[in-house]
Ligand binder design. Sequence first.
Ligand SMILES: Cc1cc2nc3c(=O)[nH]c(=O)nc-3n(C[C@H](O)[C@H](O)[C@H](O)COP(=O)(O)OP(=O)(O)OC[C@H]3O[C@@H](n4cnc5c(N)ncnc54)[C@H](O)[C@@H]3O)c2cc1C
Length: 402
Amino acid sequence: MKIGIIGGGASGLACGIFLAREGHEVKILERGDRVGKKLLATGNGRCNVSNVDLSSHHFHSVEGEVFSSILEEFTGEDTKEFFESLGMDLVEEARGKLYPITLNSNTVLNAFREELSRLGVEEITQWKVREIQKEKKGFRLIGQGELFVDRVILATGGKTMAKSGSDGNGYGLLETFGHKKSKLFPGICAVQLDSPHLRHLSGTKVVGEIELYNGKKKIFSSHGEILLAKDGISGPPVLDLARYVNCGRGDLFVKFPLLNHLDQRPSNYREILESRTYLDRSLESFLQGIVSKKWIHVICKELNLSPESSVMDLEYEQRQTVLDLLFGMEMKVLGTRDFESAQVTCGGLRLEDFDEKTLESKRVPGIFAIGEVLDVDGDCGGYNLQWAWASAWACARGMEKN
Ligand SMILES: Cc1cc2nc3c(=O)[nH]c(=O)nc-3n(C[C@H](O)[C@H](O)[C@H](O)COP(=O)(O)OP(=O)(O)OC[C@H]3O[C@@H](n4cnc5c(N)ncnc54)[C@H](O)[C@@H]3O)c2cc1C
């Protein structure tokens, strides 16, 4: 079969390999001057291709449940084998993240391109598909010319990092056939906070649990290194918070400890610290052994006390406020950074319009969609690329059965 893949990103390239290995005649149509631009930027140029923990709770859909059968059909072992088949070994780093052993995304792109070339897949660059026309048998793709194909795969990505080519134009190509998309919003990005303290704390970090609250209800929590900037926070545990901030309504705030590694402290650590507040020393002296210097300034400001004040003379309430701050500073959430700074688009083409095993459109049989253009997003940690490989595999297998 002649198959046209629209988009030479992670999912399009992988799908090209899967299909060509089955003997299909594949053309990858890429609007940019080269394929895989975003892939090169992934994982800070190291390409976090997957994760050792692929539990379903790491994948999300704005509309509800992600097609779990697709994720179950392409397991972590399959991902490993796929990369091995391309001559690449994977290594595990913190939080179960898997990378190519070279820790370089060029390795992944080069291996993909080499295999595509070996299989005779044509990469046609600077070819932006503007329209898909359904013919009696097959489809006509309209771009920098016209191309007739038997099957079409939409792999145009979401709308984050528009300069890589994925700017959200892909949704429209199927909307003309009646497909609908769910609400789009940025995920995996820094969170903006409203706090007078941030400007003093920019550049500091703390390792601990960050919690997101809507009023009294805790809606998300994650552990890791929280980085403070002058307008908000980022760092691994914060990035996954963004999707909850953007789908949440109401008064959101975050809470995080000022004390590093509380998980390594004894369970009565608060009492231990409280007993130290009865010793004859200054507030500054009490704090400097347990928090960084910049935080001392903030805590004193919050209490309206000078660093020289005697800790022993604190009122009971003041003592408790110091401890409350140390164990959980609260800051109001304003929002998140925009699509340009985000790593993934939450939302996308609604899954109900696609076959849950093959990702073939129910509205226009013969058209498939894979990757981030669909309403599926994963947590930070290799989950979005895992979805790209798994959805590409499902589609390629579905094509076999056609
Ligand atoms: C900075 C950054 C770092 C990231 N790091 C990681 C990571 O380490 N691990 C992880 O799992 N995920 C990561 N992600 C997310 C991951 O890169 C994406 O989820 C993944 O690339 C999506 O693959 P895709 O094939 O659906 O789309 P893309 O990779 O975005 O590819 C879509 C392609 O389609 C092309 N295109 C669009 N419209 C047309 C058209 N009309 N005609 C022709 N071509 C078109 C685009 O030019 C683009 O090349 C990161 C994202 C960013 C922005």
